[in-house]
Design a binder for this molecule. Structure first.
Ligand SMILES: Cc1cc2nc3c(=O)[nH]c(=O)nc-3n(C[C@H](O)[C@H](O)[C@H](O)COP(=O)(O)OP(=O)(O)OC[C@H]3O[C@@H](n4cnc5c(N)ncnc54)[C@H](O)[C@@H]3O)c2cc1C
Length: 385
């Protein structure tokens, strides 16, 4: 692509999507009021996630023939912005389940595999986790060392995955492991069920933000993985991992939008409440300028995110556009949360104010599913190719 190519220009959500957005907003009001508690107690938001399953929010990226609603990426982005504006820990759980696990299985698994796992995943009876990162393999994902050695009708898997979202609460793991030496073509993708012998949850990370979302090590010790749990074909794991991350980044871009929106709303409320002795608006001009800039950027990056989602829904590769959306929205979430804490002052920095939590949560959007500098490399490579 070039920067001058116009690929999508439809600024109006369909009536169905507007109705869906309203439905998710009501869900957020009803079920996501406990964000502060999940954060303070590092407690998994089980009730909201179960409620999301009942309401059909865990099936948006699954085809109708497997019980999904097939609403796609744009709908998922609309949904994830609403959820993350209220509770980021719930947001990341649903984002990983839908964008990294269900999407991947839907695109790369065969019919028999989908029929086996989707019934439990679309209801939330099972939650999914995406296991790519390891101790020596973060941004450089192809450096992974976890192995899966073919022995007759199964593979024997060994290694440890690190920083796995929902690690302690997931029942199904998509695991990327080495089946051959070649750095990229030696990587394969598998489904591994949490109940199998040799699958263990290791240390739980203590984190800056997203404290309600458990991030854990997944230890794999001589796990016997049936050959029919290989996803697609041997050696295609890296392609699957990167393709899936294009969709995942739309989820994190939407998370950034949700955080930014919540922070901007806090600033707006604070400025509206500032009155002079006669009751006239008294917010300072610099604060209003900052508020105006952040709100403008929020609109701009929402369109950037929805453009990438629309391209993906149309089956058009969107690596560059997804990276643009993720890097811009995640950085905005940090600026907006920082501004909220600054403008609200003491109140904003207090532990019981959402601004403080948003600032901690926002930081992580720039790290996972590709750190900001990596997104910038993806964008530059896409434009220069
Ligand atoms: C809360 C949380 C949840 C996570 N959940 C998951 C999960 O569910 N599944 C999963 O597989 N992983 C998960 N991760 C891991 C995450 O994807 C990695 O942290 C991320 O890929 C970055 O890897 P790293 O932390 O090893 O950083 P590094 O790769 O060490 O990078 C550190 C810094 O160096 C920069 N850098 C690295 N290489 C380059 C380069 N070539 N050029 C320029 N700059 C570079 C990066 O931009 C970054 O700023 C999670 C992480 C967090 C924090």
């Amino acid at each position: 692509m070039t920067t001058s190519e116009v690929q999508v220009a439809d600024f109006q959500l369909s009536p169905e999507l507007l109705e869906f957005q309203q439905k998710v907003r009501s869900y957020a009001q009803q079920h996501l009021g406990g964000a502060a508690e999940y954060d303070a107690e590092t407690k998994f938001p089980r009730e909201p996630v179960e409620a999301a399953g009942k309401l059909g929010l865990l099936r948006t990226t699954v085809a109708k023939e497997y019980g999904g609603s097939a609403m796609g990426n744009l709908a998922s982005c609309v949904m994830l912005e609403e959820i993350n504006a209220a509770c980021v820990s719930t947001g990341v759980t649903i984002s990983v389940h839908n964008s990294l696990v269900n999407s991947l299985l839907g695109k790369w698994c065969n019919a028999e595999q989908k029929a086996r796992w989707f019934p439990k995943l679309i209801t939330g009876e099972w939650l999914g986790a995406y296991c790519l990162s390891e101790a020596y393999s973060g941004s450089d994902a192809a450096a992974l060392r976890c192995t899966a050695e073919k022995q007759g009708d199964h593979y024997v898997m060994n290694g440890a995955k690190l920083w796995i979202t929902t690690g302690s609460d997931a029942e199904l793991f998509v695991i990327f492991a080495r089946t051959a030496e070649d750095r990229v073509k030696g990587i394969s993708a598998f489904v591994v069920e949490g109940s199998w012998d040799g699958v263990g949850v290791g240390k739980k990370e203590r984190k800056l933000g997203l404290r309600g979302s458990p991030t854990t090590e997944i230890v794999l010790e001589n796990v016997k993985v049936p050959a029919d749990c290989l996803i697609d074909q041997e050696g295609n794991g890296f392609t699957i991992a990167l393709d899936t991350l294009d969709g995942g980044r739309l989820g994190i871009a939407s998370q950034g939008l949700g955080i930014a929106r919540a922070a901007i709303d806090l600033i707006g409320e604070h400025l509206s409440n500032q009155k002079d002795k006669r009751g006239r608006p008294a917010a300072s001009q610099p604060d209003q300028w900052q508020f105006a800039d952040l709100a403008s950027e929020l609109d701009a990056y929402r369109f950037l995110t929805w453009r990438a989602a629309t391209l993906r829904d149309r089956g058009i590769r969107c690596s560059t556009e997804a990276a643009m959306a993720k890097s811009c929205a995640s950085r905005l979430s940090n600026r907006a949360a920082r501004a909220a804490v600054s403008i609200l002052g003491l109140v904003g920095a207090a532990g019981n104010n959402p601004a403080e939590r948003l600032l901690r949560d926002a930081r992580i959007t720039e790290i996972y599913e590709g750190a900001t500098d990596i997104q910038r490399l993806v964008i530059a490579r896409g434009l220069l190719a």
